[in-house]
Design a binder for this molecule. Structure first.
Ligand code: ADP
Ligand code: MG
Length: 717
């Protein structure tokens, strides 16, 4: 066997001489895991990645029960031989049941499954199987029975393998591509058995392990797949066994160390723009302001300007619910930069939003000498070239565009401030990236998808945070209703009333046009139908992501100018779009959208003084998560509460969006469930970084973190 190294590519797993793993299965496994991790290249997937594919749950098969030992409602595994099987239809053929009876030497049981006709083949008469489920006594049949139990068919070869799959606590895995729990269990068994302190280098300092009562890495990796007998199995199933704690802590610690490095790097980095604010600038800002700032806006602006004037470059996150008025705050910050002789860039996620911002900012700054330009992918090449040159000569003071703005190799004359608007997934643009391009501007990131402050502090540890908690005066909270198909005529009537009263309406669909998902209403067809059949007297417009930018811009402009009454759209309007006269947001197939998305969509209305409505039309409420999401939406309009709920429902990983590329940062850790470990890791990271010089062991870990692209440290020396 070639020595097992965790960094070995998984496609070479066959070289580890694992039974029944040849080159082909090794490749299939790597491909499946790459897919699961969101990596495009299976070659990148390592043995370690597989080891971090943790069981979904654990079962205690160390004591296989005998049938005589079963008691009412007991969860147990039994080993039996199938004696009789049969399938039959119920409820007029809508459902099928497959059932079997089986015996061991002490008695007989019954088991049945709904709608799994293929079990007839999988569980033939004479098969030896392990059944795991909850047993209930069926009095008429005078035996115990289980509904939909888990099962494993034992084969001849399993007598050898029996030690893996039965007679112990066993892991149960989520299916990974074509690999079901059983082959995964076998492969992982052979992988973790030989793990030693030599093959799995310990990354954490000895002293940390001791002080925090953490077990060594190799032991954690072994036990997390094949639990030890000392720890209660509930602890494993609730991810708080010593093995879990160790691995979760390590994940958090890596992130916290990375954040600590980023912070250090920022503190060292050369002075950003030199900004001063005097009465002249204050006067200009006052002249531009179209309204009085809210208390929250004023406070945020003060914090931002203070950062800009300080000797460190700004790295600030501005959180504020949808409609709280972040744009104007950003604009005023841009004015401050421009008045100090710098250029400012505003970057947004969609072209529609870029166009809207450009329109508004040009209007607000019409009486100033500044040149404001929109730079998007849809410009003609000659125009683009002209703008690029003007930017590099410093003739343009404010430039607005999509995220591509920075990436497209645009040269600035002296970029002083970058504002990133509506950033749900923070991390796409890092300071390091800007520095690599030769800029060291102040950076302001704005988001309407807030995260609870405590988490923000720990997860975005290198960002300062401002929060706008109030809304501009005169807003009434949007009223939200959950409706089903029966209500459609009434909803249409309500829309008609609103339009007649001079208001405008959004209707959002999940899809643009017919696709394989025939059961979903789509924007294009519905726009036609609504115009022709339902609302012939109103003007219905259509907006979706596949339209040309100029067309989109035109539709948005007409909606803003009230030349369109009802705008049928896909989620292209999700972020930022600001049309205060719109008062109704109807979301079709609301069950298909995530919480953050629903909240954003709802945020498109309630931006003016008139009462606004959000109607969630659900077509299918089958999943409990969907029901829960929609319930939350009806219950609250508070973006912070919604974000917290979203975290709870969706759990780990992606939500935080800290990931830039490479594998997810959190594979095991769950930000809500594991908050106390997160806090522990944060404190430990600070402690370790301050004592770095006395801790040579730390170097390997820091180097490794630096090499992993997902922490965004690659360009830090
Ligand atoms: P968001 O925070 O969602 O980006 P916007 O910046 O788009 O919100 O602002 C929402 C609307 O509120 C805009 O029409 C804007 O002009 C208006 N607005 C912002 N601040 C104020 C204020 N202090 N007083 C009145 N209206 C405001
Ligand atoms: Mg906005």
């Amino acid at each position: 066997m070639s020595a097992l190294s965790l960094q070995m590519p998984l496609v070479r797993l066959h070289q580890c001489r694992i039974p029944r793993v040849g080159p082909q299965r090794a490749r299939a496994l790597a491909a499946a895991l790459a897919d699961f991790l969101g990596l495009s290249d299976p070659q990148q997937v390592t043995v370690e990645d597989l080891l971090l594919y943790l069981p979904l749950r654990y079962e205690d098969r160390s004591h296989l029960a005998r049938i005589v030992e079963l008691r009412e409602n007991m969860w147990a595994s039994i080993e039996v031989v199938v004696r009789v099987t049969g399938s039959y239809a119920v409820k007029g053929g809508q459902l099928t049941i497959f059932e079997l009876s089986a015996t061991d030497e002490t008695g007989q049981i019954r088991a049945f499954w709904w709608n799994r006709p293929w079990l007839e083949k999988a569980l033939p008469r004479g098969a030896r199987v392990i059944l795991y489920g909850q047993w209930r006594y069926n009095a008429p049949r005078r035996c115990f029975e289980a509904e939909n139990p888990d099962f494993e068919v034992l084969t001849e070869a399993d007598d050898l393998a029996a030690a893996i799959h039965t007679g112990r606590r066993v892991p149960v895995y989520r299916k990974l591509g074509p690999f079901t729990t059983r082959p995964l269990r076998a492969i992982l068994y052979h992988l973790v058995q030989p793990l030693t302190a030599e093959s799995v280098p310990e990354m954490l300092p000895e002293e940390t392990l001791r002080r925090l009562h953490l077990i060594p890495r190799h032991e954690a990796l072994r036990r997390v797949h094949f639990p030890d007998e000392e720890t209660p199995l509930e602890d494993y199933n609730e991810a708080r066994s010593p093995a879990h704690r160790r691995l979760i802590f390590e994940e958090f610690l890596r992130l916290q160390l990375a954040l600590g490095r980023r912070r250090e790097e920022r503190e060292r980095s050369p002075k950003g723009p030199r900004i001063r604010v005097d009465d002249r600038i204050r006067e200009i800002v006052r002249a531009i302001l179209p309204f009085r700032l809210t208390e929250g806006q004023r406070h945020a602006l003060r914090e931002i300007v203070r950062d800009m004037c300080s000797s460190r470059p700004m790295n600030r996150l501005l959180q504020g619910d949808v409609g709280s008025g972040k744009t104007i705050v950003a604009l005023l910050a841009m004015i401050v930069a421009v008045e100090n002789g710098y250029q400012a860039a505003l970057m947004v996620p969609t072209e529609i939003l870029a166009e809207q911002h450009a329109r508004n900012i040009k209007r607000l700054l019409a009486h100033t000498p500044y040149r404001v330009e929109l730079l998007t992918g849809s410009l003609r090449n000659t125009e683009k070239r002209e703008l690029h040159e003007a930017l590099s000569r410093g003739e343009i003071q404010i430039v607005i565009g999509t995220h591509a703005l920075i990436q497209e190799g645009v040269r600035f004359h002296n970029l002083g401030l970058v504002v990133i608007d509506e950033q749900h997934r923070f991390g796409v643009l890092q300071r390091a990236e800007l520095i690599r391009r030769g800029y060291n501007p102040d950076v302001l990131v704005m988001t309407a998808t807030p995260i609870p402050r405590s988490l923000a502090m720990t997860v975005y540890g290198d960002l300062d945070i401002s929060i706008i908690r109030d809304l501009p005066p005169g807003r009434t909270p949007v009223r939200t209703f959950l409706r089903t198909e029966e209500a459609r005529p009434a909803i249409y009537q309500f829309i008609a009333t609103q339009v007649r009263a001079g208001r405008q309406v959004y209707i959002v669909y999940p899809l643009v046009e017919e696709s394989e998902k025939m059961d979903l209403l789509n924007a294009t067809q519905m726009a036609e139908h609504l115009q022709r059949v339902i609302f012939p007297e109103f003007r219905v417009g259509l907006l979706h992501g596949k339209m040309r930018p100029a067309e989109k811009d035109d539709v948005m402009r007409r909606f803003l100018a009230r030349e369109i009454d009802i705008l049928v759209a896909t989620t292209v309007i999700e972020v930022g779009v600001d049309v205060p006269n719109a008062t109704v947001m109807l979301i079709e197939h609301a069950e298909r959208f995530g919480l953050a998305q629903l909240h954003q969509l709802r945020g498109r209305v309630g931006r003016g003084a008139a009462e606004s409505y959000c109607i969630l039309l659900a077509h299918d409420l089958a999943t409990p998560e969907a029901r829960e999401r929609l319930r939350v939406m009806v219950e609250t309009t508070d973006g912070f509460k919604i974000a917290e709920k979203d975290l709870e429902i969706r759990g780990p990983g992606e939500l935080m969006g800290t990931r830039q590329s490479g594998a997810p940062i959190f594979r095991i850790a769950h930000l809500v469930r594991d908050q106390s470990l997160l806090e522990l890791a944060r404190r430990e990271a600070r402690f370790l970084l301050t004592r770095r010089s006395q801790l040579p062991e730390l170097k390997a870990l820091l180097d490794e973190i630096r090499r992993q692209p997902q922490y965004g440290l690659t360009s830090i020396g």
